[in-house]
Design a protein around this ligand. Structure first.
Ligand code: ACM
Length: 536
């Protein structure tokens, strides 16, 4: 009943019961996983079990032969042995162990529970090293406590990358000490579009919030305990209206610019001055202090180039630098930050528009506009992460039911999420090696808080987790009974997922109209036109 399904699982004879006195001990490199397990089982045991002691035990043993994320878990009537070479594998062994217990183990308090583990041998390792999920905290802010809760839910599914989309036209969500107006001014907006921007509905309710640098440190450390890397995204040169509202000298407009209240990419984008590059280098200097991820995302998507085409000063800067067109100017930004990040031992990550105008040397591509970007980047020898909008944009509607809340995009049902294949067709074996994995996106125009996030993320994220973890054929009919069991875990955790039969009445949003589209229309939209169109 494990999700994601492990590589090998052999049932044994009998069972082992963890009691309040069962020691949960670990060799030193694996101590963090044992600590997590002791605290996770504490509510069911009436207190944390001991770290040392005699008698039958749960033991984490260092096994240097295993890959970093691999583990072996052996439950016999005499005890439990979890083997791993490093924290990630040990942590996944602990996660699998908890999944072998009754779902009520996920409750935070309550009657003591018999922690009976069926005898079993599990040998497991992931298919992909990048099993990511993006949360857009710019369109709607997600309070820090909810980010921590979401990290726990990611960990339950062995998802190991949280991509935080921290800045956009509609808000700047990370404290930058050198530039306080980024959050003082850029951290909130006067109102928001309600539903799809097609319908022109608007609410004059201020929206905002941001993470202090201490919040970010806490998020990154909490994630690391759960074998999760947090990848920051500071989007440029487009999606920068909130920054320009705070520091107008970054932009091209003589008129004042406000933090954008409508959805869709704004036309106010960065100017092409050296001082603007210096500003963002200073921003990244602080960001790199806070995040230890090798990859740092600079966005690069959906840059509306209207201002660049009409602004004499931008055109002058392009001529001075020998940049033939606006795509080349976009590449100039990306190359600059590629060099900046590479010089600091980091790697640039960007959306697949960074392919337009020539790809920077060290760049890794997030392929979202279908699979073409993944194929082109892998063929050019670049690493890619598959995140095609028609497969893993989990803000999109989950069925054709008109009662789906704010039904935007194409249908991505649970079975569709389960069928997601990160490696696009047509790649050779060596090109396939450039596909680091996949990532599910939760853009938050239709997500005004944690309840709406739960509805869109779960249980699709469970299906996605298996698509990026488990090797070999996947059969939805085999998955579904395991998922039904898994829903009891989500219930115990209080996750407000979408029921398999459709939304609860209170999960509907008749006040906020969507814009249902087909897969073909979604692809046409992002690939068809020369300019991005306002999205939803
Ligand atoms: C994106 O969806 N604009 C990457």
């Amino acid at each position: 009943m494990l999700i994601p399904r492990p590589a090998e699982l052999d049932p044994g004879e009998g069972a082992f019961t963890i009691t309040p006195t069962t020691p949960i001990s670990a060799d030193p490199p694996l101590e963090r996983a044992a600590r997590w397990l002791r605290s996770t089982l504490a509510p069911a045991l009436g207190g944390p079990p001991p770290a040392e002691g005699d008698g039958p035990a749960v033991r984490f043993r260092h096994a240097p032969d295993l890959a970093e994320e691999a583990y072996r878990l052996t439950v016999t009537p005499g005890g439990v042995l979890a083997e791993a070479s490093a924290h990630p594998g040990a942590f996944y062994a602990a996660q699998s162990l908890v999944q072998l217990l009754p779902p009520a183990v996920y409750r935070s308090a309550g009657a003591p529970l018999a922690l009976r583990l069926p005898a079993v041998t599990v040998a497991d390792a992931p298919r992909f090293g990048w099993r990511g999920t993006l949360i857009d905290v710019a369109r709607h802010f997600l309070p820090k406590r909810e980010v921590l809760r979401y990290l726990d839910l990611m960990a339950l599914h062995k998802i190991n990358v949280l991509h935080l989309h921290l800045t956009d036209d509609q808000g700047w969500r990370i404290e930058i000490k050198r530039y306080p107006a980024l959050t003082e001014t850029g951290g909130w907006r006067k109102g928001s579009t309600v539903g799809s921007s097609r319908h022109g509905r608007h609410e004059d309710r201020p929206h905002g919030g941001f993470y202090t640098q201490d919040d970010i440190r806490e998020i990154v450390a909490y994630a690391a305990e759960r074998a999760i890397t947090v990848v920051p995204e500071i989007d440029l040169p487009g999606h920068t209206q909130a920054a320009i509202a705070a520091y107008p000298e970054l932009g091209n407009s003589d008129a004042p610019v406000e933090v954008r209240t409508a959805w869709g990419p704004g036309e106010h984008v960065l100017n092409a001055e050296e001082s603007t590059l210096a500003f963002f280098r200073n921003v990244f200097d602080e960001v790199l202090e806070l995040f230890d991820s090798r990859y740092v995302c600079i966005g690069g998507d959906e840059c509306v180039k209207t201002e660049w085409r009409s602004d004499a000063r931008v055109q002058q800067r392009m001529r001075e630098r020998g940049l033939a067109d606006e795509d080349a100017l976009q590449s100039w930004f990306v190359r600059h930050f590629d060099e900046y990040l590479t010089a600091r031992g980091r790697a640039l990550l960007g959306w697949d528009e960074i392919l337009d105008g020539g790809l920077a040397e060290g760049a890794t591509v997030m392929s979202w506009r279908g699979t073409g970007g993944a194929v082109a980047a892998a063929r050019a020898g670049h690493d890619v992460i598959a995140c095609p909008l028609t497969d893993v944009y989990f803000d999109y509607r989950q069925s054709d039911d008109p009662d789906e809340p704010i039904p935007v995009g194409c249908v991505i049902g649970l079975a569709d999420a389960y069928a997601f294949e990160p490696v696009p067709e047509g790649l050779s074996l060596s090109e396939t090696g450039h596909v680091l994995g996949g990532q599910a996106q939760l853009w938050t125009e239709p997500v005004d808080g944690p309840r709406a996030l739960d509805y869109l993320a779960f249980p699709r994220l469970a299906a996605f987790a298996e698509a990026v973890w488990t090797r070999g054929p996947r059969d939805y009919a085999e998955f579904e009974p395991r998922l039904v069991h898994h829903l009891a875990r989500l219930d115990a955790l209080g996750v407000e997922y979408r029921p398999l039969a459709g939304p609860h009445p209170w999960q509907r949003r008749p006040d906020a109209l969507g814009w249902p589209r087909s897969r073909a229309e979604m692809l046409d939209d992002v690939l068809g036109g020369p300019e991005p169109t306002p999205g939803d």
